[in-house]
Write a protein that binds this ligand. Structure first.
Ligand code: ADP
Length: 229
């Protein structure tokens, strides 16, 4: 479970302008949550705090009972293995093939070659890119690249999948495919948090929607869709 309790974040103490204002939030294991809001509303800050990339100015963030801000930096790499992260710009290694991009993530956690041979073909099948295992990212469409990024994010079986504007560079059809894929991993138990500013897209999926504005949560609707408040 992820819990924010009275979290404030001010990046620049001189201006005292709040990136986050008194955020209180609980995300239970296995949930699929959209976080929606205009640019600058604090969505990415929320993600960075969960990952321990930034510390709150006040308040606490606990993940599975761990107070994230209190983790010593030497423990952060281990902590971050609980998360798969996906970004708008895919962030694949361009000189590595599709297969190698996914394998790279497994090597970081010292997975055995046997585990890699077992897991990667299954994932390639799930993302529909078995035929492109030997292709390189620049040879793929944006939608295909994002599917590889998702495979890489889930290959080590994270508890949480954090997606920051994963459909920002994709057309509606590819965006829907990416969200469908995220839903598939969610249905196997992974908690998914997806940040987006695309309200229309969110409306097509009946999931929890948290709306942010100027650093505050202004709406939190369970499985309601954005428009049905
Ligand atoms: P969103 O992801 O919704 O676009 P952000 O979390 O990136 O919003 O930003 C929230 C606010 O914090 C914005 O006003 C932004 O300018 C500010 N901000 C974000 N990152 C930094 C940073 N590293 N230093 C200073 N201000 C920042």
């Amino acid at each position: 479970m992820i819990e924010f309790s009275h979290v404030h974040k001010i990046y620049n103490e001189e201006t005292t302008s709040h990136a986050l204002k008194d955020i209180n939030l609980k995300i239970e294991d296995g949930e699929f949550v959209f976080i929606i809001g205009d640019s600058g509303s604090g969505k990415s800050t929320l993600i960075r705090l969960i990952l321990g990339e930034e510390k709150p100015t006040s308040g606490t963030i606990t993940v599975d009972g761990i107070d994230v801000a209190k983790l010593p930096s030497r423990k952060l790499p281990q902590y971050r293995r609980h998360f798969g992260v996906i970004f708008q710009d895919f962030r694949l290694l361009k000189d590595y093939s599709v297969y190698e991009n996914i394998a790279y993530a497994q090597r970081i956690v010292s997975a055995s070659p046997k585990a890699m041979h077992r897991r990667i073909p299954k994932l390639l099948a799930m993302i529909g890119l078995e035929e492109k295992a030997k292709s390189y990212p620049p040879q793929l469409s944006g939608g295909e690249q994002q599917r590889v990024a998702i495979a890489r994010a889930v290959v080590n079986g994270p508890f949480y999948l954090l997606a920051d504007e994963p459909t920002g560079n994709l057309d509606p059809a590819n965006s829907e495919e990416v969200i469908n894929l995220l839903q598939r991993f969610n249905s196997t138990g992974t908690t998914v948090i997806m940040v987006t500013h695309d309200a229309q897209m969110v409306n097509r999926f009946r999931k929890r929607v948290i709306t942010m504005h100027d650093g505050e949560i202004v709406r939190d609707i369970q499985e309601g869709g954005y428009d049905n408040a």
